[in-house]
Ligand binder design. Sequence first.
Ligand code: DSN
Length: 412
Amino acid sequence: MFENIKKNDFEIHDLILKEKERQMSGLELIPSENLVSKSVLEALGSYPVNKYAEGYPGKRYYGGNEFIDKIEQLAINRLKLLFNAEHANVQPNSGSPANMAVYFALLSPGDKALGLKLTEGGHLTHGHKVNFSGKTYNFLQYGVDKETEMLNYDSILEQARKERPKLILSGYTAYPRKINFKKFRKICDEVGAFCMADISHIGGLCATGVHENPVPFFDVVTTTTHKTLRGPRSAVIMCKNDFAEKIDKAVFPGLQGGPHEHVITAKAVAFKEALQPEFKNYCEQIVSNAKKLADSLQSFGYRIVSNGTDTHLILVDVRNSGISGIEAEKALELAGIYCNKNTIPFETGSPWDPSGIRIGTPTLTTRGMKESEMVQVAEFIHQALLNKDNSEKLKLIKEKVKEFCSNYIFYK
Ligand code: DSN
């Protein structure tokens, strides 16, 4: 596959192969990552990369888009079918510009909006003060319930009634539980707010009905395409027809220039894969694996935030076991296990040195692992955390992890 790079750029060739080896010999537990199919990889490295196509299918500002129009239209049609969407825009380059385009379309600077706090599972672009979203708009934040560490819809309604935001955002990056999107719709209707979801993490689960799909009854939904949806690194926006023109104009010319048509090609390929019946089985297995992994970690004494998971994602409060999130991430990395340190609800540390780690099962499930393998994965995690200060032991665990992973090589 890489014969030309090998001939012409040995340094990059070497690093690409090392990265592939790292992906195959370690346990990738970062819940926002996945492994794309060879078809998606091929599409990403294909000829549409050469084309400028500012505009939309049928109305471009450059000539020569006969086939690019067909590719982009296929991506749009497949995405609409996948999520039962009225309108789809497949041009956003990633999640942050997708969210930015929605705010551009629906809000004016200074408008009030409501999103979940970053430290309780929200995203930077959901109104955090260091991000454009928090700097441009008057983003207020809701939190999770202290007792259950889950969303409390009554208190969100109460806050919405009091603040009257113009937009309410649901969908998160570190929330392990199901989201009741119908309740969000009701809250938005009651206070007259735009109803938006960012389903980046659970996109694949929503597309297959493994999690409730908000697209048919929300005003606007964004999602990245590379997490549970298992496509290329990118994003899309879906909305009701009423908002279509505003959203399209906000993406182009409002925010972006030439769309990345090779990535749109890869998105089209991934959407076709996600429309196959086996993709639903895959998403169900992701959740079963996550539940098993959470149970197994609990049996070793780890505190799982909200006492479990309904999705692909698990938040582990490691400080409760005498470790910090940063130490846990580092020890696990030395053992060939990849996760990210993460804040937990009512965090007493900081995002750089938080109390938790965030793990998930999309990648391991793509590699064919099932519940029984999750028991072994939990054992590896536990051993690595127990030996966090013993680099020799961590090296030995890394060897064992590699041997275990050799049974699940996805890219031969
Ligand atoms: N950075 C992504 C994640 O890891 O959840 C969200 O954008």
